[in-house]
Design a protein around this ligand. Structure first.
Ligand code: HEM
Length: 240
């Protein structure tokens, strides 16, 4: 007869146990990173409504706001995922630095081709810059001025998000700093997506080169998609 032995008291469950081990940390960064890519794709789709019409974009913002407490829950979950992703990323970087305080002058791989690229070597710096960018972005857009706009058929005016975004990207300072941040986002995603697939054990010898090309293509697509908004406004392609 098989007897069920109780779990050792030191056994920790779920996320907490993963957080303690180095393989668990890699898996958690991968999972949270892919979750953030999903958010970024949804956010990009929402932003591209600016090209449909001011009304389409404002209605999209209004639908989100109308979700009330459900939106707060989603936002809190998003904040949690961002903090978890950033804190584990920082720990992985610090552990690597402790293990090898001085960088190799050149990277030479033995056997397998090296996956060291500008993107992989700058993950910590692109990550920190994106964290600062996100705080500035949320303060100036989400918590920025609330211009009212009356939409035909609606009783009360809704928030004119289109005007807010339009005003921001008429200034060269905003357009240029967003361009810089979005290029860094592209670099972060290029290595991040590949690394997440690798950490989750989804890549084999044959799928590896394809995954490199795929993550580069997704990173470029996301960067260009986001860049289209500030530059269309700045160059006058998108009118007020
Ligand atoms: C041209 C590029 C972008 C534009 C025009 C844009 C626009 C906006 C706007 C208008 C909001 C406020 C929405 C609302 O209050 O309902 C917002 C929120 C936000 N954006 Fe962006 N965004 C851009 C790029 C990005 C990027 C690259 C990231 C992440 C790397 C990002 C992350 C966020 C986050 C986390 C929020 C807060 C979401 C929430 O709390 O509901 N945005 N964005």
């Amino acid at each position: 007869m098989t007897t069920l032995r109780p779990l050792p008291s030191s056994a920790k469950s779920g996320i907490s146990a993963m957080y303690q081990s180095s393989i668990g940390k890699k898996i958690l960064t991968g999972l949270t990173g892919l979750g953030l890519v999903a958010f970024i794709l949804a956010h990009l789709a929402g932003n591209l409504l600016l090209f449909i019409s001011p009304n389409a974009y404002n209605q999209y913002g209004h639908v989100l706001e109308s979700m009330g407490p459900l939106l707060w829950i989603v936002e809190l979950a998003l904040l949690g995922v961002i903090l978890l992703h950033a804190s584990i990323g920082l720990q992985i970087y610090l552990n690597k630095r402790r293990a090898r305080p001085v960088d190799y002058a050149t990277y030479q791989s033995v056997g397998q081709p090296s996956h060291q690229t500008v993107s992989s070597k700058t993950m910590i710096w692109t990550g920190i810059t994106l964290a600062v960018f996100m705080v500035w972005h949320v303060v100036s857009f989400k918590f920025g001025p609330r211009y009212p706009v009356q939409v035909s058929g609606d009783v009360a005016p809704i928030r004119d998000l289109y005007r807010l975004v339009f005003e921001a990207f008429q200034t060269p300072a905003y357009t240029l700093s967003y361009t810089g941040a979005l290029v860094l986002l592209g670099f972060h995603l290029r290595h991040g997506i590949w690394s997440a697939l690798q950490s989750l054990g989804l890549l084999g010898r044959r799928t590896l080169p394809m995954a490199t090309r795929l993550s580069t293509a997704i990173a470029i697509g996301i960067t260009l998609g986001f860049l289209a908004v500030p530059w269309a406004i700045y160059t006058g392609l998108l009118g007020s």
